[in-house]
Design a protein around this ligand. Sequence first.
Ligand code: UGA
Length: 437
Amino acid sequence: MRISVIGCGYLGAVHAACMAKLGHEVVGIDVDSRKIAELAEARAPFYEPELDALLKEVQETGRLTFTTDMSAAEGSSIHFICVGTPQKKGENAADLSYVDAAVTELLPYLSPGDLVVGKSTVPVGTAARLSDAVQGQETEAHLVWNPEFLREGHAVSDTLHPDRFVYGVSDGSEDHPAVAALDEVYALPLSAGTPRLVTDHPTAELVKTAANSFLATKISFINAMAELCEAAGADVTRLADAIGMDDRIGRKFLNAGIGFGGGCLPKDIRAFMARAGELGADQALTFLREVDAINMRRRTRVVELSRELCGGSLMGKRITVLGASFKPESDDVRDSPALSIAAQLQLQGAIVTVTDPKALANAAKRFPELHYETSSEKAVQRADALLLLTEWQEYRDLDPYELVTSVSTPRILDGRNVLDSAKWRAAGWSYRGLGRP
Ligand code: UGA
């Protein structure tokens, strides 16, 4: 099939490459000429495992091209909208200007029967608002909402082998012509057994925000338990192991630590609350305010623990922060808890050095005032305390016996509860986890 993908960021670049991998002829379109130039040379403009290799592979087949010219969408029968929906400045609501602009600019290039497929995370009601324009008499195209559930760091495999597909069509019916067309797009994963659900527009939009809200709630739940474990002298990692053995609860997303960040969970729960307010259903989501508050409290808690670890004062203490991205296997620093903690520590008088295998360039753009060191060996030299804030494998694998000779004082705060505390203590370190004795 001929497919256009509008918006080539973390979502769209991966989606375009994966659609080409599924055998389609794809054009990726973005207003950012720098991004397009890199993608056209088969280089991902951000770090995502497997993406560079996939871009190379599919571009060699000639099935994937990139351009800044929207008219290139003409002739495709499926148009995926993959632009960002960031949080509005100073407000909880989502900024829909990129989605609106993408759809408006696409309209002149639609042919009768085309599908416009929204993948961006949008407030419920957006599809209904956009569908008049897309499904109007002039275009005779169809609008589908087909949310994306990929995780950064696993984006390629999540797109090629998703848990499920959700198609939100105007009448919510299996017989809607968009269903057969999307089935053709996703024929390979569907034939491999990926389930798909057909819903109406608002349900499909809500599935996405509900899923992210549930994940955020799970993380804040275990972080609330971490607060309690600290107060009671219990161990939240053992608690998570034990409650997670109940199938109904499950162990995934029960890792207590410095909390969630990134370009999705934090802004999605806020936009969800804002939208619920507009719909007169704000009470239904007031719990998300608490989820957000618990999450933000983690960052303050880590600053306090770091002060304790450093003997009561941060002033002039050399602190090395291991990890800057919001999660491992990503160079994304949007709302990264690690960086926000690093900046707080520096404000409070510590001399902070941040290291990360992939995210330092992005980190330096957001927080130019912090000091960055690419080599983790150099970054830890003469440190008064280490803070493991993003659990990259190379930090999980650090050898406490080797490291003890590099630092000034062997103190470590394990912000993700991934280290073997007994081993670190045996090697002479003052070890602090979060919600662990
Ligand atoms: C999230 C969802 O997991 C995806 O399903 C969704 O498609 C995506 O948002 C999106 O809306 O586009 P992502 O932002 O890539 O994906 O990251 P997650 O893996 O969900 O992690 C989010 C944050 O939670 C990270 O900062 C991570 O460190 C933190 N986290 C995760 C915890 O603190 N504890 C956990 O147990 C799990």
